[in-house]
Design a binder for this molecule. Structure first.
Ligand SMILES: Cc1cc2nc3c(=O)[nH]c(=O)nc-3n(C[C@H](O)[C@H](O)[C@H](O)COP(=O)(O)OP(=O)(O)OC[C@H]3O[C@@H](n4cnc5c(N)ncnc54)[C@H](O)[C@@H]3O)c2cc1C
Length: 252
């Protein structure tokens, strides 16, 4: 049975919850909103799959690459670069997958800007994933959905943080799923900020401005500059402002 006392040994990737044959594991938020597995002991059959699949295990195979290859890439279309946080590689790769009739998984929002991984089959749905959301995303049942898509022979692109892609690959490997049509993007990541700090920051901004936020653009190149690390907010009265409180949430 999965046990850990050190929170730094779990990134909330959901591999353990997804692989459990008895659905004995649910992901629950801690005091900061980070998701951790909680085991229902009465359902657990001690099969050990949750421990085996964990990418934080010492026996986890870290890389299949014998030699790394490095390319510097950016999109040919400048408007794609302007609306992406970096060079819009995600848009180029996901266009290719969608044009092959494949599925794209990336991060969008639910409720009031809670970051969550979602499934897209069209470019319109995929466009929601464009742009970094600087907060831990909830992977919910995405690993199981990816397994099902691959079993149907579909091309799949999953984009997420490196620990999320490690968890996904470990999960699929344990279940011996054919991953020939799976492509993963693990973005350069220093770590994910806490969901509840993000939620409280948003509440603070709305209280200060006395209006509701309608949309958010982290590191908005057009409003806040290409080198700044600030988010812009569109408010209910249609005003768009580059945040003056950014330092409260994330300091570059
Ligand atoms: C949590 C986080 C930490 C980062 N840390 C660094 C860093 O230390 N150094 C650095 O140079 N760049 C960092 N980045 C930026 C990131 O590497 C770029 O966004 C990335 O290069 C994507 O560039 P793009 O232009 O191709 O795509 P974009 O359109 O800018 O990015 C969209 C992609 O990011 C994914 N994504 C968005 N938010 C999340 C999230 N919360 N969790 C998982 N996936 C997400 C989407 O699914 C989509 O595939 C970070 C981004 C995030 C989300």
């Amino acid at each position: 049975m999965l046990t850990f006392t050190d929170k730094s040994q779990c990134c909330g990737c959901t591999a353990c919850a997804s692989i459990c044959p008895k659905q004995a594991i649910t992901m629950k938020p801690d005091g900061l909103g980070f998701l951790y597995p909680v085991i229902n002991r009465s359902k657990c059959i001690e099969c050990g799959l949750c421990e085996d699949v964990c990418a934080f295990n010492s026996h986890y195979e870290k890389s299949d690459f014998s030699v790394s290859e490095v390319y510097a890439v950016r999109h040919k279309n400048i408007s794609e670069i302007e609306t992406s946080r970096s060079g819009a590689v995600f848009i180029a790769l996901s266009d290719w997958i969608l044009e092959k009739g494949g599925i794209v998984y990336g991060v969008g929002y639910t409720d009031h800007f809670r970051a969550i991984h979602k499934r897209a089959t069209t470019k319109q749905q995929r466009d929601e994933f464009k742009g970094s959301k600087y907060v831990q995303s909830d992977l919910n049942t995405v690993f199981v959905q990816i397994k099902n898509d691959l079993k149907q022979g579909l091309y799949v692109l999953f984009s997420g943080t490196p620990c999320q892609t490690s968890g996904l690959q470990s999960y699929l490997k344990k279940l011996r799923v054919n991953v020939e049509k799976l492509f993963v993007i693990d973005l350069v990541c220093h770590g994910v900020p806490a969901p509840y700090i993000w939620r409280d920051y948003l509440e603070y901004v709305e209280r200060k401005r006395k209006k509701k936020v309608l949309s958010i653009n982290f590191r908005d190149k057009s409003k806040c500059g290409w080198t700044s690390h600030k988010e812009s907010f569109t408010f209910s009265d249609k005003t768009v402002v580059c945040s003056t409180y950014s330092d409260l949430f994330c300091k570059p």
